[in-house]
Write a protein that binds this ligand. Structure first.
Ligand code: FE2
Length: 304
C-alpha cells in the first residue's frame, strides 16, 4: 500500500507481516508491530531519541563477546528475563516456581563429584557453607539420578573464571542425587557482585539511579530425563541488595534459609561463623534440556 499518513505506517506493516507463513512467527510479529508502534506514539519518540536508541542497540551487539553478553544483561536489567522465566514455569505462570535466571557463568564441563564434596579447590577465605539438597517430583517422591550442577561466586563476589587467584573450576561441581533424591556439599558463603556498567546497561542503571549489584546466591541446574530442567538460584537473605536485585531475579520462593552458626563445629571441621542450608527442589514434568552455555571463554570483565 502507498502510505498517506503516520497511522497508515502501522497498517502497512501489519498487512505485510500478516502474510508470514509460520503462524507463531506471524503472531509474534503482528503483536510486536502493534506494541512497538504504540510505544513510539505513546512517548512521541523524537528523531534524536530514535538515533540514540539505534546507537544503544548497536552498542549492545558490539560489546557482546565470547565472555560477555550485553544483550542478556540488558534483558535482565529490563526485567524481561525474569518475566519470561516466570511466564514459562510454575504451571505456565499460575503457581509458584523455583525456576530462575541462568545467568552468564554456567560452564557445561563442571566436574562430577561425589556427595559430600567440597567445592573449594583453592584457598578461598570466607565463612564455610554446608548445603544439603533434596530433589523431589511434584508428588513429593525423591528423584534419584538427577544431575545437579552447582556454581557460585566467591566471598569476594568473583566467579573462578574471572579471578586469576582461583583454581580452575573452584566453587563449581556436578552431583548425582541418590535413591533418596539427596546430596550434600561443602563450600564457602558466596557474596553479591556488581554487573558491568561500562556499556548501555550501565547507562540505563545510572539514568534510573539504581545500584548495579546482584544479591549473593548459589546457582543450581537440575537435569533428569522426564522432568523440565530446573535452572534455579537460591538467594542469601541477609544480603543488603536482596530486595533490589539489579537483574530483578529474586522471588519469594528462592530466598534460602541460610542458618548462621556462631560456634565452630569440630565434627564438620568448620570455624565460626559458618552457615548451613537445607534446600528442597521440586521438579515439574517436561522436557529435559540443558541450555547453551552462555560463555565459552574466560571472562575479562566483572560478572552479571
Ligand atoms: Fe550468579
Amino acid at each position: 500500500m502507498i502510505i498517506e499518513n503516520q497511522a497508515q505506517v502501522t497498517d502497512a506493516v501489519l498487512e505485510a507481516f500478516g502474510r508470514t507463513v509460520d503462524p507463531r512467527l506471524r503472531q509474534i510479529l503482528l503483536s510486536l508491530a502493534k506494541h512497538l508502534h504504540g510505544f513510539i506514539r505513546d512517548v512521541r519518540l523524537t528523531e534524536q531519541e530514535f538515533q540514540q536508541a539505534t546507537k544503544l542497540i548497536a552498542a549492545m551487539g558490539q560489546r557482546t563477546t565470547p565472555s560477555h553478553n550485553e544483550v542478556v544483561l540488558m534483558a535482565g536489567s529490563l526485567g524481561v528475563s525474569s518475566l519470561v522465566c516466570l511466564l514459562n514455569n510454575g504451571n505456565n505462570g499460575q503457581t509458584e516456581t523455583q525456576a530462575n535466571l541462568l545467568g552468564p557463568f554456567w560452564r557445561e564441563d563442571q566436574p562430577l563429584v561425589p556427595s559430600g564434596a567440597n567445592l573449594v579447590r583453592s584457598a578461598t577465605p570466607g565463612p564455610a557453607l554446608v548445603v544439603s539438597v533434596q530433589v523431589e517430583d511434584g508428588a513429593g517422591r525423591p528423584v534419584e539420578g538427577a544431575e545437579v550442577d552447582v556454581w557460585h561466586s566467591s566471598p569476594e563476589g568473583l566467579y573462578e573464571n574471572q579471578d586469576p587467584g582461583q583454581a580452575e573450576m573452584n566453587l563449581r561441581g556436578r552431583f548425582m542425587t541418590d535413591a533418596q533424591g539427596r546430596f550434600d556439599f561443602r563450600s564457602v558463603k558466596p557474596a553479591g557482585y556488581p554487573v558491568p556498567i561500562d556499556g548501555p546497561v550501565g547507562a540505563l542503571i545510572k539514568a534510573t539511579g539504581r545500584h548495579n549489584y546482584r544479591p549473593a546466591h548459589l546457582h543450581f541446574m537440575i537435569f533428569k530425563p522426564g522432568f523440565k530442567t530446573l535452572i534455579s538460584q537460591i538467594y542469601v537473605p541477609d544480603d543488603p541488595y536482596i530486595d533490589s536485585d539489579v537483574q530483578f531475579g529474586v522471588t519469594r520462593a528462592l530466598i534460602g534459609d541460610y542458618v548462621r552458626h556462631d560456634e565452630p563445629n569440630t565434627a564438620l571441621g568448620v570455624a565460626a561463623p559458618w552457615y548451613a542450608l537445607d534446600q528442597r527442589f521440586v521438579l515439574e514434568p517436561g522436557e529435559a534440556r540443558r541450555p547453551q552455555p552462555p560463555i565459552r571463554a574466560k571472562a575479562t570483565e566483572p560478572p552479571a
